[in-house]
Design a protein around this ligand. Structure first.
Ligand SMILES: Cc1cc2nc3c(=O)[nH]c(=O)nc-3n(C[C@H](O)[C@H](O)[C@H](O)COP(=O)(O)OP(=O)(O)OC[C@H]3O[C@@H](n4cnc5c(N)ncnc54)[C@H](O)[C@@H]3O)c2cc1C
Length: 400
């Protein structure tokens, strides 16, 4: 049954996200985006105040079950909220989205491991400071898209996990992109146990951020999503208990990763819709006020066409994302091909249309006096986040 009506709960939570986004996230994100030195962004009270408010309001734990202190929201409602938060602050949206990866994966893969639940899940859900945000680490200097290359057995993570006296010792460098890498309280780390299995030789580990031998790098200075902290993470003989491995190496590795992509790609797609909406709403308002050649530029047909094309892209990208979320509600984690199609479509439309919205503002669109140029910079990263669109396309096309 297809139904586009929102439930009362959905309306309430989207309205809360709208108010928080407009009043708190947006002004902070615009200010933080202008800080030239990324180190200063993540040292600032402003960044942490917004994050702590997001944790207080529960946007950090929407998909976590209620019995551990989460909000227990379904994938569709969660997606709608990501769109709304991203409308006001794509950087904060992309920090919060992967920020719950440690508790999420523990609940998904090791719900009966009481030690992990008590140490990492419950305190995360109780946190109202933002300091329990988490991160995942796959990328390495030599492993980018190769993180999905299960076919060449010479390719494996160089970060290793060696079993010694009932513990795992993790060594290596995850660089440079882990989201929240420099601020996370705990990490999911994919580390190679058996290089002869290639990428499938990696296990999935939970690593506390205060483990001896773990160091964080400097935040990446990048074109967009400047409020998303991305750093290298270094592991120098970091020891963790044996039962902190929540998924073993072997043939099931792609199944886990495809599940992560199925969920993660939808979230990135929702952010792309939020970013497009932000640029569109700004450009529409401007076009109705700016007068050139004797009338508001909105009345020039070529400007109206740009706006209509953007509106059309927002509506169609969102409809495909809703279908992906609906599939995920029918049978978790959903359908990989649909999630990838939705992510590629939404992010590519976002890159194109945010640039088009700059054109509507003319030279003002290039200035930081208007937020539109920021949305264009932010959109660019979404095509690469959670897998490049090229490699995702290759993966999904093989399923046709
Ligand atoms: C905003 C953002 C957040 C991120 N967060 C995380 C995170 O939390 N944790 C983490 O571990 N990583 C994270 N990443 C890293 C991300 O997963 C990688 O950037 C991505 O996997 C691509 O790797 P790469 O950048 O090294 O590019 P490369 O793999 O070197 O690719 C370079 C180019 O070659 C193309 N290419 C590569 N292989 C193929 C192929 N087989 N067919 C066609 N084209 C190909 C790619 O599409 C790309 O255009 C993040 C990245 C971004 C932008």
């Amino acid at each position: 049954m297809v139904d586009f009506d929102l439930t009362k709960t959905q309306k309430q939570i989207i309205s809360a996200a709208h108010e928080f986004g407009k009043e708190v996230i947006h002004p902070a994100e615009v200010e933080l985006d202008r800080i030239a030195d990324p180190v200063k962004v993540f040292e600032s009270d402003l960044f942490w105040n917004v994050l702590s408010r997001a944790f207080e309001l529960g946007f950090s734990k929407m998909a976590l079950p209620e019995d551990v202190g989460g909000m227990g929201l379904d994938p569709l409602t969660t997606g709608m909220v990501w769109e709304e938060i991203a409308r006001w602050g794509p950087g904060f949206a992309t920090s919060l989205m992967p920020g719950s990866i440690v508790p999420q994966l523990i609940i998904f893969l090791a719900p009966d491991n009481k030690e992990l639940v008590n140490r990492f899940v419950i305190p995360y859900c109780e946190d109202n400071t933002g300091r329990h945000i988490t991160a995942w680490c796959s990328s390495e200097p030599e492993i980018g898209s190769d993180g999905k290359n299960y076919y060449d057995l010479k390719v494996h993570h160089h970060t290793s996990a060696v079993k010694k006296n009932g513990r795992y010792e993790i060594s290596g460098t995850k660089s440079d992109f882990p989201s929240n890498g420099g601020i996370a309280k705990s990490y999911i780390v994919f580390a190679c146990i058996d290089p002869s299995l290639g990428i499938k030789g990696s296990g999935t580990f939970v690593v506390p951020g205060d483990a001896v031998g773990l160091k964080r790098g400097e935040p990446l200075d990048k074109i967009g999503l400047r409020v998303l902290n991305q750093t290298a993470v270094f592991f120098d003989k970091v020891e963790i208990p044996e039962n902190y491995m929540i998924f073993p190496c072997g043939d099931e590795y792609p199944t886990l990763h495809n599940a992560i992509v199925t969920v993660g790609n939808l979230a990135v797609g929702y952010v792309a819709v939020g970013v497009m909406r932000a640029a569109y709403e700004n450009a529409l308002e401007y076009a109705k006020k700016r007068v050139q050649w004797g009338k508001p530029i909105f009345e020039h047909q070529l400007i109206a066409k740009k706006l209509f094309n953007c509106y059309q892209a927002i509506e169609s990208a969102r409809a495909l994302l809703w279908k992906g979320s609906w599939l995920s509600m029918k049978q978790f984690p959903g359908d990989l091909k649909t999630s990838i199609a939705a992510k590629i479509y939404a992010t590519e439309q976002a890159v194109w249309h945010t640039a088009e919205m700059i054109e509507i503002l003319g030279a003002y669109g290039l200035s930081k006096d208007y937020p539109v140029e920021k949305y264009s910079r932010d959109a660019k990263l979404l095509k690469i986040m959670d897998g490049t669109n090229e490699t995702l396309l290759v993966k999904a096309a093989a399923l046709l």
